[in-house]
Ligand binder design. Structure first.
Ligand code: DC
Length: 230
């Protein structure tokens, strides 16, 4: 069977990564969470004091240090889930905190950061057989991807999902704060100058507000089967 590239884009916390991960596992493809890469750069910035007090990024400092930021993924042998590594350290947990979530947007708007990440992402997709999720995968990273999905769900439903997720991990969070963060990120993601979040013309739209994980998994598998047999 021919190997293809599957690009899954959409709003934050809409369950893209769950469906992308599950599909990749089932069909034996590599899964790459491109958002984790922007989150890892953000964690690096937090650890190296590269944020100004107003939340903006110390751009010159980050630009000078870009070559010192090495991001990679390894499978957790127990769960078979990918873990994100920053300069050799497993940062999978740290990059999911609200602190990173609320600092990531200004990092992801920087042209030199995007250029570096997109270059790495394209290299990862050279051999195809990859599922990548993010915001610009179908538009900028792999405009030629054979299967493109654009996922959406209401802001309230997405905030509730993130709230449940963080709560389950034992993090003390407020629903209103998360909803505010979700809406802010939507706005920044859609209005930024470079590679704003938008549906590629040839992407298939999926609103999963009222779908279960099992239902959306089934739906995605169907789209995959169609794409490989085309
Ligand atoms: O999917 P996520 O919430 O983990 O993504 C984190 C941030 O990274 C999000 O605010 C948007 C940004 N991002 C991006 O700009 N381009 C991507 N391909 C993936 C994520």
């Amino acid at each position: 069977m021919k190997k293809i590239i599957i690009a899954i884009d959409g709003f934050s916390s809409c369950g893209k990564s769950t469906m992308a991960k599950d599909l990749a596992k089932e069909i034996g493809y590599i899964y790459i969470d491109s958002g984790a890469m922007y989150r890892a750069v953000t964690l690096y910035c937090l650890e190296h004091h590269l944020f100004n007090p107003d939340g903006s990024v110390k751009e010159d400092g980050l630009r000078r240090q870009m070559d010192d930021i090495h991001i990679s993924f390894r499978l957790n042998p127990e769960t078979q889930r990918p873990m994100t590594f920053l300069n050799g350290n497993n940062v999978e947990e740290q990059i999911r905190t609200l602190e990173v979530s609320s600092h990531v947007s200004p990092v992801a708007t920087l042209g030199f950061v995007r250029q570096a990440m997109v270059g790495q992402q394209q290299a990862m997709g050279k051999e195809k057989g990859i599922v990548m999720d993010g915001r610009d995968i179908g538009t900028a990273v792999f405009p030629e991807a054979e299967l493109k999905i654009f996922v959406t769900a209401s802001a309230e439903i997405r905030a509730q999902r993130r709230y449940d997720e963080l709560k389950a991990k034992g993090q003390e969070v407020s629903f209103d704060e998360i909803l505010k963060n979700v809406k802010e990120r939507d706005h920044i993601d859609q209005t930024r100058e470079i590679s704003p979040l938008r549906k590629a013309d040839d992407a298939i739209l999926l609103d999963n507000s009222h779908l279960t994980i099992a239902e959306q998994k089934e739906w995605l598998k169907e789209q995959f089967n169609k794409a490989v047999h085309e």
